[in-house]
Design a protein around this ligand. Sequence first.
Ligand code: CU
Length: 145
Amino acid sequence: MTRVFFTCTVLLGMVLAHAEYHSSTPAANATLKILPSVITINFSEAIEVRLSTFKVYPLNAPQEAWSSSTRLHQLAQPLVRQVLPLRNDAARRVDAGVTTAARTSKTVALALKPNLPPGAYVVMWKNLGVDGHSVTDYFVFVYRP
Ligand SMILES: [Cu+2]
């Protein structure tokens, strides 16, 4: 009985998709006057927090591109591909790591380093859902005080 239930849960998880981005604070493509100290990402399903990777990087984007989410995404995509697999890149990152203590969670909080300059930022991840599937994704926000 337990095995049958487990199988159904896994199949249901596949049908309902994996741990996809649901919402975040700041929201994707938001422009902020005040930078929060913590970024929160909500997923559609719970993830294995410590088996997932989260990073925030500054996006080297000219100021005239800050108001164009299309332009920011064009710049963000190659950056994500390049830096998401990197190890030992803490100095380049503007996050100070995941602060969520739970082993599995639908919500993940990431601390930001203090005193970040105005600019565009990319929040990126490769998560591992509790259903065993990974999702790589990102979003961009702009800090323009
Ligand atoms: Cu899945």
